[in-house]
Design a protein around this ligand. Sequence first.
Ligand code: FAD
Length: 466
Amino acid sequence: MTSPAAFSRRRLMQGFAATTTLATLARPVVAMPTNPDVVVIGAGAAGLAAARQLIDYGLEVVIVEAANRIGGRAWTESDTLGVPFDRGASWLQGPADAPHVAQARALGFDLRDHSTPRDMLFIGDRRADGTERRQRDRAWSAFYAALASSRGDVAADTVVPMDAPFAKTVATWMGPMDFGVDIDQLSRQDWYAFAEYEANYLVREGLGTVVASLGEGLPVQRDTAVQRVDWSGEGVQVETTAGTIQARACIVTVSTGVLASGAIRFTPDLPEAKQTAIADLPMGQLLKVGLMFDGARFGLSPDDFVSHDIDGPLPAEACYYLAFPAGHDYMTGFMGGSFGRAMEREGEEAAIAFALERLVASLGSDVRRHFMRATMAGWDGNPLSRGAYSAARPGGFAARHALAEPLGDRVFFAGEAMATPYATLVTGAHMHGARVAEDIAFTLDAPGCSSCAARKQNPIRIPGTD
Ligand SMILES: Cc1cc2nc3c(=O)[nH]c(=O)nc-3n(C[C@H](O)[C@H](O)[C@H](O)COP(=O)(O)OP(=O)(O)OC[C@H]3O[C@@H](n4cnc5c(N)ncnc54)[C@H](O)[C@@H]3O)c2cc1C
C-alpha cells in the first residue's frame, strides 16, 4: 500500500536513478531458443525487464514461468468485479522517470496522479475533527523525526513515540499497510533506505496490465516450474517440470518467500551467506479485498483513503481502504502484517465480512444496502509468492545487498527484494532486472552491449582492492 502522501517517505538516495528505458512498443515476437544463453526464472516485472534487455544485447533467452500468466505479483483481472481489479500491486510508484510511466503513457493508459490523496480518518462512526486530525498529523511527523534521527537497524517500535495520541493509527499505516509487517517487525534501516516516490499513479486499466504489456513478444514458457538449478559444472542446468534447459547463465527472480520455501533446489547448495540473506528478508503480507458497490459514493471521492482510529492493542484488527480507485465503483480494503495473515487463513468469506463490517462501522449501514459483490486477493498462501513483498528483519537490512551477489559467473539474482532504494516496488523490480541483465551481458561478453564495452575500458574500481 502507500502512506498518505502528506507523510510520504523522505527524499533520500537519488543515486539509483531510472537509468533504464523501456524498449519501443511494437516489437517482433522473439522465437523460443532451444539452447539459450540465459534462462530467466520468473516472468514478473524483474524477469520481463531482464529478458528484454538481454535480448537487446544480442543474447538468446528463455523465460520460464510457473504460472499460466505473466506479471507475477502485478496482476489485473476483470472477472471477479467486472472491471479491472489489481489483485497485487496497484500504485505505479518510483522516480519521476520510472520506466513504466513512459510505457503506460505511450500505450494510452489512463494514469491518475495519487500524490496528494485525502486521508479520511474516522473515529467510531464520525469523521475526525480538525483538532484530532492535527494530532494525527503530529504523530506522523514525530514518527518520521524519530526514525530519521535515530541510528542502527533496530525495530521501528523501539524508537517511535508509541504513547503519542494516534500513534497506533500511524503505526498501523506504516507497518502493516505500507511494509506488510507489524511495527515491531519493521526495520528502521529498511524504512530509512526507501526513497520517496516522485511518481505515484493509479492506473484505471490496472497496473498489472501495464506490466503484462512488457511481456508481449517475449519467449515465455508458461506453466513450467523450475525445480532445480545445477551450477556445479560449466554454465547451468535448469531442471523444470517440462525438462532440463542447459544455458550459460540464469537469473533467479522469484520472491524470497519462494526461495525460503525450498521449491527451487540448488546444486551445490546455496552458500551460507545467501541462505542467511534469504532468511533476513521474509515476506510481508498485504491482503486486499475488493468491495463492489452500485455506484453509491458515501460522501467520498475517488482515490480517497479511509482509515480508522486504533484504540485496542497492536497489532490491530485494522482494515484501511482506498475508495473508488481511478473512478471505479469498488473500494479496496487492505489488511496487512500478522492480522492480514490471520484473515487470509480464515478465508475469503471471513475476510470480506470483516472488510464490510469495518466499513459499516465508519460509514454506516448504507454501505450494506449498496454492496453488490466482493473478492479477496491473498498472497500469503500463493506458492508462487508466499507473501506480498519482502521486508527486512530488524538487523537484516544488509541482506538486500547480499542476496543480489551472483554465484560464480552464472547464477544471478534480481527482483524487488534487492531493488534498493525502490525495494518492494514493481518499478524497483523492473530497474533491478534491467541492471542485472547488464551485469550478465558484461560477464558473457554480449555482442550488442555498448555499455559493457565502456565498462571494460573503465572497469569499476572496488574500494580497498588496490
Ligand atoms: C497485495 C500487493 C500489493 C502491492 N502493492 C504494490 C504497489 O501498489 N506498488 C508497487 O510498486 N508494488 C506493489 N507490490 C509489490 C510488487 O507487486 C512486487 O514488488 C513486484 O511485482 C515484484 O516483481 P518481481 O519480478 O520481483 O517478482 P514476481 O512478480 O514475484 O515475479 C516472480 C515470478 O516467478 C514466478 N515463479 C515463482 N516460482 C517459480 C518457479 N519455481 N519456477 C518458475 N517461475 C516461478 C512467479 O509466478 C512470478 O511470476 C504489491 C504486492 C502485493 C502482493
